[in-house]
Design a binder for this molecule. Structure first.
Ligand code: GDP
Ligand code: MG
Length: 172
């Protein structure tokens, strides 16, 4: 693209209590300075994060919704994050349903990332990584396990969201 400045809307979805707010809070306080030409700055009041990657600037605005009903809003969203709790199968089923609904509404031309959160709760795990990954694969989604509590893989998720949105942009 010729566009050097991007503004993307990211919707965090998933059942109540899976950690959507905690993940966004971690994004907003990240001090991530990744490898290469990568920089991040945040605006707490409008919940945006601006990334500089190889001289290109992208702003990501984060929103969250528990009941994924308003299909109209789908078209204004550039990337979806479907979050579940790895200890809670009901939340996993809800995340799968969300991926399915999004694909039905917007087809394959939007980025969706399936996130298994609370990976720190090792002994309570109910959903294996294999199960998470294969659910994501079957809807053409990316998959990552994170712990918002321990800030594990949260920067990787942020970079992954950005990367997937850019890939979908370039493909359309
Ligand atoms: P939301 O309803 O999806 O926005 O979920 P919240 O972010 O409000 O989190 C719900 C609860 O789960 C809170 O008590 C969080 O502290 C807790 N929580 C969030 N992320 C994690 C995590 O990675 N590990 C653990 N153990 N608890 C978490
Ligand atoms: Mg919340």
């Amino acid at each position: 693209t010729d566009d050097q400045q991007h503004y993307f809307r990211v919707l965090m979805t998933g059942a109540q209590g899976v950690g959507k707010s905690s993940i966004i809070d971690q994004f907003m306080t990240s001090e991530f300075l990744g490898s290469g030409n990568f920089n991040v700055s945040q605006s707490e009041e409008d919940r945006t994060i601006t990334l500089q990657v190889d001289g290109e600037e992208s702003t990501l605005e984060f929103m969250q919704s528990e009941d994924f009903q308003n299909q109209e809003e789908c078209f204004q969203i550039d990337g979806f994050v479907a979050v579940y709790n790895i200890t809670d199968r009901i939340s996993f089923d809800i995340a799968i349903d969300i991926m399915k609904q999004i694909r039905e509404e917007v087809g394959t031309n939007k980025a969706i990332i399936l996130v298994g959160n609370k990976s720190d709760l090792v002994r309570k795990r109910t959903i294996s990584q294999d199960e998470g990954r294969s659910a994501a694969d079957s809807y053409g989604c990316k998959y990552i396990e994170i712990s918002a509590a321990l800030n594990h893989n949260v920067d990787e998720l942020l970079v992954g969201i950005h990367k997937q949105i850019i890939l979908k942009c370039d493909a359309n």
